[in-house]
Design a protein around this ligand. Structure first.
Ligand SMILES: [Zn+2]
Length: 55
C-alpha cells in the first residue's frame, strides 16, 4: 500500500472501464478500500492519466 509503483497492466475499452479495473485491482492486490482508493485517485489523477496508453 505504501508502494505507489505497480507494474500490472490493465485494460479497458474506455477510460471508465480502465479505472474500474484498476480500482478492482487496487482493492484485491494492494489492500485499498473504497475510500482510500478514491482518495488515492483524486490525489494522483494526473499521474494515473499519464500512465494510460492508447493502443
Ligand atoms: Zn498492482
Amino acid at each position: 500500500m505504501r508502494d505507489k509503483v505497480c507494474n500490472h497492466t490493465m485494460y479497458g475499452e474506455t477510460e471508465e472501464e480502465l479505472f474500474a479495473n484498476a480500482k478492482e485491482h487496487g482493492i484485491k492486490e494492494h489492500g485499498y478500500i473504497e475510500e482510500t482508493w478514491q482518495e488515492e485517485i483524486s490525489k494522483n489523477l494526473e499521474h494515473f492519466k499519464n500512465l494510460i496508453k492508447q493502443v
